[in-house]
Design a binder for this molecule. Structure first.
Ligand SMILES: *Cc1c(COP(=O)(O)O)cnc(C)c1O
Length: 358
């Protein structure tokens, strides 16, 4: 194919290489270890819903029942919720809705790659504010940049992927107040942090767009259900370019069944994850070769003496983690926290391997 056929903004894009995973313990994508269909009541509810859903009908374009359930879950109105094929779809809709070619998208670095990719496809300019030492966000620098550039879209990932850092709500509000334009607050991991969502302040901020997902704490990554929360006018704007039938009935019914038992699912999934995360931090606290960054999520970012060697040692032990090549994450690995059992296996490989560098 002639490369010139591609739109100019993507001519230098490299194909997204989904990693080849041959390992049995897969802790590279912050997935939950828990299957919602292992909760008998959830499985039953799902099958009952599917029986009443004729396959020949198109799904409800706005997933009315689901947005009502999500509104109940986060505490807002149904018309303040937009459901998407993963949080990824909502991110893409935000960019499609607000960014003209040449507009500035501001975010911090390192963070989730998708924001910058979507913006680049549209020909927007991506500006990032690098973290301070220890992967603490440069909060003052970020506010200054907003005031200086008034970016068309600002993205704050909170808690941040891949660093795990949680910023207080007062800072998120400072960002919303400094910006005259839309601000995306990505709360994909909020449930693990135990703090209230910025959604509680939604009525005060017409520029706030919150990204949430059922992929992480609920363990629905395979069903692709994410959602955006914003004031109604913003939701209506985001809906302008949405694919009409963006969420299929299987996913809508799976999400509805999960939300019906949200309390039980979260009470089952989250405490053991946080306990396993404590075990991880404790087990490595007296290993000076490994730096661990504080996390409010179901993953921990660590820095080791030799990242590629550590990745190799983990693979040899049948464990796949996320290892980074980017300069700002040199020798860093992001380890999804699942069960204590897995944590102990990971810790023993990490300890064994760093001995070579002692
Ligand atoms: C996982 C994740 C999402 C959304 O994931 P979906 O599976 O598309 O819902 C959004 N933001 C961040 C930072 C994530 O890590």
């Amino acid at each position: 194919m002639n490369n010139k056929w591609l739109r100019q903004t993507i001519q230098s894009f490299k194909p997204y290489a989904a990693p080849n995973i041959n390992e049995n313990i897969v802790i590279d994508a912050n997935e939950s270890p828990y299957n919602i269909f292992d909760f008998p009541k959830v499985a039953e509810a799902f099958l009952a819903r599917m029986k009443q859903t004729p396959s020949y009908h198109y799904p409800d374009p706005f997933a009315g029942e689901l947005r009502q359930a999500l509104a109940g879950y986060v505490g807002c109105e149904a018309d303040e919720v937009l459901v998407g094929n993963g949080g990824d779809e909502i991110i893409s809709l935000v960019m499609n809705t607000f960014l003209n070619p040449g507009d500035v998208l501001l975010t911090h670095a390192p963070t989730f790659d998708i924001y910058g990719l979507d913006a680049e496809v549209l020909g927007a300019e991506v500006v990032t504010v690098p973290d301070l030492d220890g992967y603490r966000r440069d909060c003052d620098g970020f506010l200054e940049k907003i005031k200086e550039l008034q970016p068309k879209v600002t993205v704050l990932c909170n808690p941040n992927n891949p660093t795990g850092e949680l910023l207080p709500m007062s800072y998120v509000e400072a960002v919303l107040q400094a910006s005259e334009n839309p601000v995306v607050v990505d709360e994909a991991y909020l449930e693990f942090s135990g703090v209230p969502s910025i959604i509680t302040k939604l009525s005060q901020y017409d520029n706030l767009i919150v990204i949430r997902t059922l992929s992480k704490a609920f363990g629905l990554a395979g069903c692709r259900v994410g959602y955006g929360v914003a004031q109604k006018e913003v939701i209506d704007a985001l809906s302008l370019t949405k694919l009409v039938y963006n969420l299929n009935v299987l996913s809508q019914n799976a999400a509805l069944s999960a939300l019906e038992y949200a309390d039980e699912i979260l009470a089952h999934n989250i405490p053991p994850t946080l306990a396993a995360r404590d075990v991880f931090y404790k087990a490595l606290e007296d290993v000076p070769e490994i730096t661990m960054y504080p996390s409010a999520t179901n993953f921990v970012l660590i820095r080791v003496p030799d990242g590629p060697a550590m990745d190799k040692a983990l693979r040899a032990a049948d464990i796949s983690v996320r290892s980074y090549k980017a300069e700002n994450l040199k020798n860093c690995l992001r380890i999804t926290i699942t069960t204590e059992d897995v944590v102990r296996k990971v810790v023993s490989v990490l300890k064994e391997e760093v001995k070579k560098h002692a």
